[in-house]
Design a protein around this ligand. Structure first.
Ligand code: HEC
Ligand code: HEC
Ligand code: HEC
Ligand code: HEC
Length: 374
């Protein structure tokens, strides 16, 4: 099961990368179908792919999207509200919920141009629980909302056995408990698999573990092949553009930093020795140099002014160059206007050095800066 936002990481998907985002989502659905996902809730970032596209995937892979409170303007559910699954002779009801706090409602509004409504989450949950009353032995909610709302749900709607939360990236080794309801979260970005073992005969018991997908877990050959297919599709989509062959990496084009060199030669020399100067070839090493979800941090000003774009794949803008931190230097170059960002703040570093990749980066900023200081 998954609590939502499985298919896409961004609230807004730029037109230039929509095609790639759809290829990725298609692969995710295919793979999750293959590994046997029973129910997957729909998050606002999934919705950014477009409801028609999600419906297409649902049909193509017979995929078990569930959402009890996403409806169209008339109030008709967009996805199946719940499923009932036979597990070891017991009936398990599973339904999806989208948080209904105004922040989430706005996000869904933005992602869908107002075509999808978020209905009252507690009412929707109570309605499903009432409808399934007597028909199930165990009731699970996939809740795409902040954990504090999970507590409210557990306290206000009786009859829920388990809430799997998924919006604030928490990891719960030991399930939280509100009355009879258990609450678990299993981190983010597929780093962990949450495994809750439940006994229903006699006294109900539950044992939770979080399994990290580290090196000890081998690749499934079939899934690995599907990931390779995904890579090939992305390469086919963008790889035929100008200057994108391995050759352009082997014999690099003149990088944009060269234009800073006449006046900042010492800084440029220093920069060339940092990992920022090889960020693109790192992707080449992983055959990921055409994947927009990687390029965004491994190129200069991805899809911003004077930046790297998916359509053009400019070799001179590969790597994390000066303007990644100092902003678009076009006018500094042409007419000696001051550089837009003279003193880049740590928040800017953290746009790429995100907490999941580089935990504690803000605390260790001085150390990190010393490695690239100029
Ligand atoms: C023709 C010479 C010249 C070129 C080319 C040039 N700069 Fe500058 N840059 C300067 C001078 C002179 C200053 C200091 C003047 C000032 O403080 O505004 C400066 C200041 C800066 C500063 C520091 C601003 C501050 O207030 O401390 C940054 C950052 C900077 N340049 C980045 C760049 C980048 C990035 C490039 C290449 C894209 C570049 N410069 C190209 C001459 C140049
Ligand atoms: C546009 C995205 C981006 C921004 C902004 C950025 N970085 Fe990075 N940084 C990267 C990437 C990508 C790598 C890894 C490059 C590689 O190895 O291929 C990296 C690597 C590094 C490394 C080397 C890692 C190591 O431990 O050796 C340091 C240090 C670093 N960055 C510091 C900073 C600091 C300090 C800032 C802010 C002033 C910053 N970065 C801003 C993308 C970024
Ligand atoms: C949000 C920004 C961001 C995105 C998106 C991103 N990276 Fe990175 N990447 C970084 C930063 C920052 C570092 C440096 C981390 C460090 O020093 O620990 C890095 C480092 C790396 C490294 C070298 C570090 C290592 O662990 O050996 C590889 C390989 C890499 N990234 C591959 C990828 C791939 C493949 C993708 C796309 C699937 C990707 N990155 C997407 C920011 C990003
Ligand atoms: C990873 C982010 C990052 C990159 C890439 C980067 N800088 Fe900087 N740069 C900074 C930060 C942060 C400061 C401010 C340092 C400080 O306050 O001491 C700075 C300061 C400067 C200054 C002012 C130095 C001074 O003595 O006042 C210049 C000039 C400059 N950078 C030029 C460049 C040039 C040219 C490049 C490309 C070769 C570049 N920077 C690449 C983050 C970056």
């Amino acid at each position: 099961m998954d609590a939502g936002d499985l298919l896409n990481e961004d609230e807004e998907i730029r037109d230039t990368v929509m095609e790639a985002a759809k290829i990725k989502a298609d692969s995710m659905v295919r793979i999750f179908g293959h590994i046997g996902a029973d129910a997957v809730n729909v998050g606002e970032k999934d919705l950014a792919l477009g409801v028609p596209f999600l419906k297409e995937l649902e049909k193509k892979y017979n995929f078990p999207f569930v959402s009890a409170n996403l409806t169209d303007a008339e109030g008709t559910p967009v996805f199946k509200r719940y499923i009932i699954k036979d597990v070891a002779g017991k009936k398990v009801g599973i339904f999806g919920l989208m948080g209904d706090m105004s922040e989430m409602v706005d996000k869904v509004q933005n992602a869908t141009g107002g075509t999808v409504k978020v209905q009252d989450a507690l009412e929707a949950a109570a309605a499903v629980v009432a409808e399934l009353s007597g028909k199930t032995d165990y009731m699970i909610v996939l809740a795409h909302q902040k954990a504090n709302r999970d507590w409210v749900l557990a306290r206000r709607v009786e009859g829920i056995d388990l809430i799997i939360g998924g919006q604030d990236y928490l990891k719960t080794e030991n399930p939280k408990r509100a009355g009879e309801t258990l609450m678990v979260n299993s981190g983010e970005k597929g780093q962990y698999q949450g495994l809750l073992e439940v006994t229903l005969n006699g006294e109900k018991t539950a044992q939770n573990s979080l399994i990290p997908f580290g090196d000890k877990i081998g690749d499934d050959p079939e899934v690995k092949a599907m990931v390779a297919e995904y890579n090939d599709k992305i390469v086919a989509l963008y790889g035929s553009g100008p200057d994108t062959t391995g050759a352009s990496v082997a014999a690099p084009a003149v990088l944009r930093v060269a234009s800073c060199e006449p006046c900042h030669s010492e800084v440029v020399r220093k920069w060339r020795s940092t990992d920022h100067a090889k960020a693109y070839s790192t992707l080449v090493g992983k055959s990921k140099q055409f994947d927009p979800s990687c390029l965004v941090c491994h190129t200069t000003r991805f899809e911003k002014s004077a930046g790297f774009t998916m359509s053009r794949q400019q070799p001179e803008l590969m790597n994390v160059q000066c303007e990644s931190c100092h902003g678009d230097a076009t006018e500094h170059l042409s007419s000696m206007k001051p550089i837009p960002v003279a003193d880049p703040p740590v928040e800017l570093c953290i746009e790429c050095h995100t907490p999941d990749r580089c935990p504690g980066f803000d605390r260790e900023f001085d150390e990190a800066w010393m490695k690239i200081a100029h």
